[in-house]
Structures are given as C-alpha cells and as structure tokens.
Design a binder for this molecule. Structure first.
Ligand code: TRP
Length: 324
C-alpha cells in the first residue's frame, strides 16, 4: 500500500480556506493509503514565536484535525517534535542537499526579505520537510500548489542520497494536488488568509459566519438584484462548489445568470450548506475539549506508530552510512 505523508503548521485557528485546501482532502483519502499527518511544530520555530503560544496552537491544531474527521484508528496524527528522528534525518540530509537548491527556493527568498536578521532555519526549512516525508518513505504528499517547489527539493534529496548510499531506498515523493483551487477571501481580492482579515474560521458560529457572508464580495458587475450575474467570476459560487451538493451548484448557476435569485438569496443557501458541514465538526471539537486526555492519547498513539516506522528507516540509513 502506498504511503502518504503531509504536514501542517500549528498556525492558530484554522479557517475554511485551510480546511478546504488541505484537511478536508486528508480526511477523504486517509483510508485509501497508510497515512501519516504531522503537526510541524519544528518548522514553526523558523520565525519569531512565543513558546507558550506554540504549545497552545499545536494542541488546538490537533483537536481541529480530529474534529474534522481524521480517525486515529486509521491514520497516524502526531506532533513532529515528538518523533526525534525528524531532526536526526534532517542533519543527515544537509550533507546531500546542494546549497544552491536551497537558495533558489521562492519561499526562502520571500521569508528572508521580510526578516531583519535571516536565521539559517529558514534556509534549511525544506531539508527538514524532506526529512519529514522520507523518514516514512512516503510516495504521495497531498499539498497545495505553494508546496510543489519544496516537494521537488525532497526529490533531489532522495535522489542524491540514493545515488550515494543505496539505490531505490527512498522513493521520490510525488505531490497530490488538492482538487479545490485556492480559496479566495471574502473580499474576493486575495487568497483567504488570517493576516488579511478576509476569512471565516472553522469554529465560528452560524451567526458569525452569516455576518461575514452577507457583505462578502460577489460579481462586481451585478449591482442590482435584477442584473443577471456571472457565477464564473463570483467567489460565493466557488464556495458553493466546495460546500453545496452538485444539484444546488447547478441551480445557483441558473438562478444567478437569469437574475432569479439575488446575491442574498444565494448566500442564504450557501450559509445553510456551510453550517451543515461545520456543525458536526464543531460539535466534535466541543466534546473533545471536555476530555483532554482523549486528545493526549490519540496523539500518543499517532506518535508511537510514527516512531516505529521512523526507527526502521533510521536503522537502515545509519547502517548504509557507516554509523556505529
Ligand atoms: N511546508 C508545509 C506548509 O507550510 C508544511 C510541511 C512541513 C509539510 N513538512 C511537510 C507539508 C511535509 C507536506 C509534507 O504548508
């Protein structure tokens, strides 16, 4: 059975863009493969941060992942820093990673430009990511567009290590691009992102969600309710595609083009479908926060399974490389 691995930063509260772009897809594919999903707290320290906040966000992310439907009986969900082999393999991979490949990474250049003093961690970030994936000898990595270059680097690392120490030991991991295209924010202007304030949080109440949906940008050419609209340029239509059944999506298309429904009518239908999907997730999150030991145990089980797989890879790596 092919293995899948993916990672997510513990970045505070998840919004529907993160959910649709990654987590929902993970839930759908978790039982098709042997899967490992990792909360990458070691990656999170490459930018300035507060230890207490990191710890809190890691726990919150774990709770959200289980609430969204990752099933600890079928998959390993764990925290990266709980499995020491990630950092061991990262050091080893530094010795087969060309510096030029790291300096060329778009995300490195962008992050470096934003920092006053550039720490080596942001340069080596993709080496740790390669270690995450290859530690489990994963074949498939579900990610968004923005991670394709990092994945390419993982392939270089695998190829170089294999060429030097053991042909075909590490598979070259392939990205599995999330079917949902990137989700735009409620302003319809830019990708949904917490820093832009154009998000809907996964844990927001129906009232809060409606307060944000109601004024959200639609087809700008549709000024009056009697103007026919173009769903292809409407962000609300994109959200319908993510949350509404196919028949409803077709109906929205018709009613928009014929000016049968106004934008508020259309948003009400979206709101109902969004609420129907989020309500059970929120209910599970509520339940789980009432018993923290359940979360601790689930993460513990995930880490134990991850450690078993990681230890086996490292035994072979250490042997091939001449360590005592
Ligand atoms: N860099 C990824 C992101 O920012 C997170 C990540 C870390 C990851 N390690 C990974 C993703 C391994 C996939 C596989 O989204």
């Amino acid at each position: 059975m092919p293995r899948i691995f993916s990672g997510i930063q513990p970045s505070g509260e998840l919004h529907i863009g993160n959910y649709l772009g990654a987590v929902k897809n993970w839930v759908q594919i978790q039982s098709l493969h042997e899967s490992f999903f990792c909360i990458v707290d070691l990656h999170a320290i490459t930018v300035p941060y507060e230890p207490a906040v990191l710890r809190e966000r890691t726990q919150a992310m774990a709770l959200t992942l289980f609430a969204a439907g990752l099933d600890p009986a079928r998959t390993s969900v764990f925290v990266q820093s709980a499995v020491r082999e990630h950092t061991e393999l990262q050091w080893i991979f530094n010795s087969v990673t060309p510096l030029g490949e790291l300096e060329r990474q778009t995300q490195f250049k962008e992050k470096a430009a934003r920092q006053e003093q550039v720490m080596a961690g942001i340069l080596n970030y993709p080496v740790l990511q390669a270690a995450d994936i290859l530690l489990y000898r994963a074949d498939v990595v579900p990610v968004g567009e923005d991670q394709v270059q990092h994945l390419e680097l993982s392939r270089v690392v695998a190829r170089n290590w294999n060429a030097r120490f053991g042909a075909n030991f590490f598979p070259e991991p392939k990205p599995l691009l999330t079917p949902t295209r990137r989700i735009m924010g409620l302003d319809g202007q830019a990708k949904m992102s917490k820093s832009l304030g154009n998000t809907i949080g996964l844990m927001e109440t129906p009232e809060q969600t409606w307060a944000k949906l109601r004024p959200a940008v639609t087809d700008p050419a549709r000024v009056k309710k009697t103007d026919p609209g173009n769903p292809d340029v409407c962000n609300i239509f994109q959200l319908h595609k993510a949350f509404s059944p196919e028949a409803t999506v077709a109906e929205v298309d018709r009613q928009c083009r014929s000016a049968g429904w106004g934008c508020i009518d259309c948003k009400k239908v979206l709101h109902a479908n969004m609420t129907a999907e989020l309500a059970p997730i929120q209910a599970r999150a509520q339940e789980m926060s009432a018993k923290p030991e359940g979360l601790r145990d689930a993460l513990g089980d995930g880490a134990a399974k991850a450690r078993t797989a990681a230890a086996e890879t490292m035994r072979q790596v250490r042997d091939a490389m001449g360590f005592a």
